[in-house]
Design a binder for this molecule. Structure first.
Ligand code: HEM
Length: 151
């Protein structure tokens, strides 16, 4: 009887709870960013209160970005795609910059950055709901057992 090392497929660590948390957070973030151009459009149409809506939702976008970044830590630790963490940190930085530029009325930067944040928010939410967001970044094969080889 020979003993040989076999490579069995051990399930690689992959995100589960953190994936669902990421999906919910990405969706809420998406809904908030999509409100922003609508609110500012209403303000420019003459509804003065819509600027308050835009500013309030703007703050909640910043908070949601931070929540997303916190969830991204758990997602990456849980085996999810590594790029999600630096992405979420950059998103928070962009959103804080966006809020500062909004209050400073630096619109030549605020509007293009806002459009970019909306686009990225949409793209990220779409990605988060795809099966590939739930895959492990680790390879799936680990040598685990020495099995007897029967002849
Ligand atoms: C997630 C993205 C966004 C955030 C966090 C944000 C945040 C803000 C904040 C905090 C203000 C200042 C509000 C105040 O003074 O009370 C502001 C103003 C403004 N935002 Fe945004 N904004 C975002 C996206 C956008 C987008 C996409 C547009 C246009 C397409 C836009 C257009 C404007 C304009 C025109 C103002 C100045 C209104 C005025 O004072 O006449 N923003 N924004």
């Amino acid at each position: 009887m020979l003993e040989t090392e076999t490579t069995t497929t051990a399930p690689a660590r992959r995100p589960r709870i953190s994936l669902w948390a990421l999906r919910v957070a990405a969706t809420l973030h998406l809904l908030a960013v999509v409100v922003q151009p609508i609110a500012i459009g209403r303000y420019l149409d003459g509804n003065v209160n819509a600027l308050t809506v835009h500013a309030t939702v703007g703050s909640s976008v910043g908070v949601m970005g931070m929540v997303l970044a916190a969830i991204a830590v758990g997602y990456v630790v849980g085996g999810g795609a590594l790029w999600v963490l630096p992405f979420a940190v950059l998103l928070v930085a962009a959103e804080i910059t966006q809020i500062v530029l909004g209050y400073a009325r630096r619109l030549s930067i605020h509007i293009p950055l806002g459009v970019t944040i909306v686009g990225i928010g949409v793209a990220f939410a779409i990605w988060a709901w795809q099966p590939r967001a739930g895959r492990s970044r680790h390879r799936d094969s680990t040598p685990t057992a020495t099995a007897p080889e029967s002849m």
